[in-house]
Design a protein around this ligand. Structure first.
Ligand code: GCB
Length: 610
């Protein structure tokens, strides 16, 4: 799916702002046919849950409705008009006046509808009504279940450790494309010659709506054309390219012009970062240099707006991460807003991009989700229908984010029951699909502590093994000496058996900001710092460990539970982004690491473009 851009042939109108809002329990069964009842208004983009101090609304299970009137610009006559929703969590349906124009399942990827096909005219005012359903079932990604409680009420069982925020958390826009011949899709793959003397930009263009002549130009920051082509697909060579490096990104622009009967009928453009990504032995190579991941697992999570995208908070979060010396993050546990990847491209951040497949595990301990006797990968829970939904989630993520230089790896699931019978049969086709859709990026998953090197059924399918560990927190609580021994022993077994890169994708301890203890005890800021330092000692002793992502960048909201106090407190920053002691501990480690080792990365030795 093409990213929405404005060019001489394409226009965009934001529909962000306040929309009328109602719960399905307060509307008729076809609320799109008239004005929504009541007078609630809800901002877009934002999750709706925390906007109103209303328990029933926050915990609502089912649909909510958004509605507003929209004037289609008169000047758009003769263009095709689309509506694009960057996300609707977890299922969206869009009506224009009385007509359903699109329905989409999957809460973290965009979808759109051609309004011209639905008969919408330029200059007309239309009523747009959007239904958003927050229900998770065992056939959705992420999976969940509905249960009836003892009061006869339907409640949502979620299988992940973050609040089930819902609504329209990202932008809603109208945009135009030319009615006739136009760019339908572009896919870019870049590579770098080992000595860096030349780079290649492979492109694959789809032209829709008829035949046209294309002109593709790769232009540097000074406006100089460095390569050009008149084909729809091919490979352009750039000699002495300015490479896209972590921390020192260089972006070219690819300009595409489609001409028909000697007239320019469409123009499209996108940024291109020339870089290569490869796994070799236990190393992760970017532009043929070993890369060490330093950073965080994160969440889209803010007070009031929940998973709503906000540019001020986005920049602040990036600045805080940079302040600690991080160079990368994982989009745990779902694809993030597209603005975040665009920013990462422009600023040289490295992204492990995760599919929303979290909670494919009926046996996760810690008392968070309770006991379950079923087998995860069976007819009882994740079956072939779940697997189909999972495939679709992979397709949509790769389709959306294929062209981002910042994205270096696909993570297709977080902490599945990978020691269980059926896990291999479930995941093998998914890894295969991911590699088929994108043969150029490594594929990973994050393993959880119940699936050890000898019992994990799927780790060998992946190029890089992500490992989430909590020795010293969920086990060996308060005993960092024993935790250190066990962690090292286990990581050595992974290294020995799989001989491939290990990224520690989660390690962390819940910490109450302001709680100080000497000697350090769990929940104190001192303990979180000592815990991280212990992990770092171990990582530095193990060659195959090529990255460390602390869990989590910031405290975040979860469902209620006896081990969650106002959410998960493993943040290095509080939910309002105040640093805990651990932020300084990380800054000390990560701030210095580049200079010491001369590695490629944020603040480090930057190759020929510095
Ligand atoms: C995990 C999960 C993450 C949780 C974290 C925790 O392993 O991947 O979603 O939030 O543990 O804090 O328990």
């Amino acid at each position: 799916m093409l990213k929405v851009v404005e060019t001489s042939t394409r226009e965009v109108k934001s529909l962000n702002g306040l929309w009328s809002f109602a719960l399905d329990t307060d509307t008729s069964s076809s609320p799109w046919e008239s004005t929504l009842p009541g007078n609630l208004e809800c901002p877009v983009p934002a999750s709706y849950n925390d906007i109103f101090p209303n328990h029933a609304l926050r915990e609502h299970v089912g649909k909510v409705w958004y509605q507003r009137l929209v004037r289609i610009p008169k000047s758009w006559k003769g263009q095709r008009v689309f509506i694009r929703l960057d996300s609707a969590t977890h299922e969206g349906e869009v009506y224009v006046n009385d007509t359903l124009v699109v329905r989409h399942v999957g809460g973290y990827t965009p979808f759109e509808a051609d309004l011209t096909e639905a008969g919408v005219q330029a200059g007309e005012e239309v009523r747009i009504t959007i239904g958003v359903n927050n229900i998770l079932t065992r056939h959705s990604i992420p999976p969940g279940e509905l249960k009836e409680n003892e009061l006869g009420r339907t409640v949502q069982v979620i299988r992940h450790d973050f609040f089930n925020y819902a609504g329209l958390a990202r932008s809603v826009r109208l945009y135009t494309v030319p009615a006739g011949v136009r760019v339908g899709d572009v896919k870019i793959v870049t590579d770098v010659e080992e000595k860096g003397g030349s780079g290649t930009v492979k492109f694959d263009l789809k032209v829709d709506g008829g035949d046209g002549t294309v002109l593709v130009k790769l232009v540097d920051r000074d406006g100089k054309i460095v390569a050009a082509s008149k084909s729809c697909s091919g490979e352009m060579t750039v000699s002495n390219p300015k490479l896209w490096w972590p921390g020192h990104p260089y972006l070219y622009r690819l300009f595409i012009k489609v001409t028909s009967a000697n007239t320019v009928v469409d123009e499209y453009n996108l940024s291109v970062g020339i870089r290569s990504v490869r796994v070799s032995g236990t190393q992760f190579l970017i532009n043929h240099q070993p890369f060490y991941f330093k950073g965080y697992g994160r969440h889209e999570d803010l007070t009031v707006i929940g998973k709503g995208h906000d540019n001020a908070w986005m920049v602040y979060d990036f600045e805080l991460m940079r302040w600690t010396g991080a160079n990368s993050f994982r989009t745990s546990h779902y694809p993030y807003a597209e603005e975040i990847y665009d920013y990462a491209d422009r600023h040289g951040w490295i992204v492990i991009n995760e599919v929303a497949a979290v909670g494919l595990n009926l046996h996760l301990g810690g008392g968070i989700f309770g006991k379950d006797d079923r087998v995860t990968f069976s007819r009882e829970f994740c079956d072939s229908t779940t697997q189909e939904a999972h495939k679709q989630a992979i397709r949509e993520l790769i389709d959306r984010d294929y062209n981002h230089p910042s994205v270096v790896m696909w993570c297709i699931t977080n902490e599945p029951g990978s020691q269980e019978k059926g896990a291999r049969e479930y995941f093998q086709p998914l890894v295969q699909l991911t590699k088929q859709l994108d043969p150029h990026r490594p594929v990973t998953f994050t393993n959880m502590g119940m699936a050890l090197p000898d019992s994990d059924e799927i780790a060998d399918l992946f190029d890089v093994i992500g490992i989430n560990r909590y020795y010293g927190w969920y086990s060996e609580t308060g005993n960092l000496e024993l935790a250190e021994k066990k962690l090292e022993e286990e990581l050595r077994r992974w290294e020995e058996k799989f001989k491939r890169p290990l990224v520690i994708c989660e390690y962390g301890a819940d910490t109450l900001a302001g709680l100080h203890m000497n000697p350090a005890q769990p929940w104190s800021e001192e303990y979180q710092s000592e815990f991280l330092e212990m992990y770092h000692r171990v990582f530095d002793r193990i060659e195959a460990v090529i990255g460390e992502h602390v869990w989590n960048f910031a405290d975040f909201s979860t469902g209620p539970g006896i081990i969650r106090v106002d959410g998960n407190k493993k943040g290095v920053f509080t939910r309002d982004r105040r640093p805990k002691m651990a932020a300084h501990t990380l800054r000390k480690r990560w701030g210095g690491l580049w200079e010491e080792k001369g590695e490629v990365g944020v603040g480090g030795s930057l190759g020929s473009n510095a």
